[in-house]
Ligand binder design. Structure first.
Ligand SMILES: C[S@@+](CC[C@H](N)C(=O)[O-])C[C@H]1O[C@@H](n2cnc3c(N)ncnc32)[C@H](O)[C@@H]1O
Length: 257
């Protein structure tokens, strides 16, 4: 690290290229504290939520799994425990996060690669399970990321996502925004002298579809929602979808408004 992180969120989140640049810089800054802060921000619940995600996945003997935005590797390692004969690839764009994941890796069937979730460089229809912990909200472009998930998944393949989640309605959204912004800003100020490093969560969530709309986007892209669990009164959600068919970019219906 080369001194204090001063990049401002500003309008970095408004287009795909600058969002990707911002998130990579931001997660490089927080990588060494990521595991600690994830537990702290979630009041210690993050590990249980990740275990719940794994428990809801279907039984497979030796599935091919891809963990998007794998960070320091938590979900990839849980997948390896659940599917000892599976093949698990964790992908992320932030090298300091991947370095920690590789350093923690004691599983012969887990590997990590520097890839953007919108361009996975994985054969079409070759993956049984896609997972993502706090992943889709970071996508430079959500539609592109979901198209890519659909492309790599086999028909009937399953994708499971754990993330902060936006309720329906302007007032609950505003309350959630300010609670998250205050709580995460406090930790950013304490640990990095910069309230923005973690309040990125509130800012990125504000620009993310609410729960109902996220479902509609998945459905418009050929998925069906097969399970959902809310934690902390809906501040976080575990969403499980199944690919019914591949809707190609060109034939996709316009995203619902
Ligand atoms: C909040 S962390 C989640 C880490 C891990 N999945 C977990 O549940 O603890 C978000 C991760 O998304 C990664 N990320 C951001 N943009 C990405 C992209 N376009 N493609 C892949 N990973 C990305 C970041 O580098 C970071 O490691």
């Amino acid at each position: 690290m080369t001194g204090r992180f001063v990049l401002k969120i500003g309008d970095h989140l408004e287009n795909a290229e600058t969002k990707k640049y911002y998130t990579e810089r931001n997660f490089s800054e927080v990588a060494h504290r990521y595991d600690f802060i994830t537990r702290a921000l979630s009041f210690g619940r993050d590990s249980a939520w990740k275990r719940a995600l794994i428990a809801l996945l279907p039984s497979y003997e030796s599935p091919v799994c891809v963990d998007l935005a794998c960070g320091t590797g938590d979900i990839a390692f849980l997948l390896a425990d659940r599917y000892p004969r599976g093949r698990i690839t964790g992908v992320d764009i932030t090298e300091p996060m991947l370095d920690i994941a590789r350093g923690r890796n004691g599983h012969p069937n887990v590997s990590f690669a520097n890839r953007d979730m919108g361009s996975l460089d994985i054969a079409s229809g070759s993956v049984d399970i896609v997972t993502g912990g706090y992943a889709l909200r970071n996508a430079p472009d959500l539609g592109t990321a979901i198209d890519e998930i659909s492309r790599v998944l086999k028909t009937s393949g399953v994708a499971a996502f754990l993330d902060f989640s936006k309720p329906d309605g302007k007032i609950p959204q505003k309350i959630e925004y300010w609670v998250l912004k205050t709580w995460t800003g406090l930790w950013g100020t304490l640990l990095h002298r910069n309230h923005e490093v973690y309040s990125y969560i509130a800012e990125s969530l504000e620009r993310f579809p609410d729960r109902a709309r996220l479902r509609k986007i998945f459905e418009s892209k050929g998925f069906s929602v097969i399970d959902s669990r809310l934690f902390f009164a809906g501040v976080t959600e575990l969403l499980i979808v199944q690919k019914l068919r591949h809707v190609s970019e060109h034939s996709a219906a316009a995203e619902p408004a």
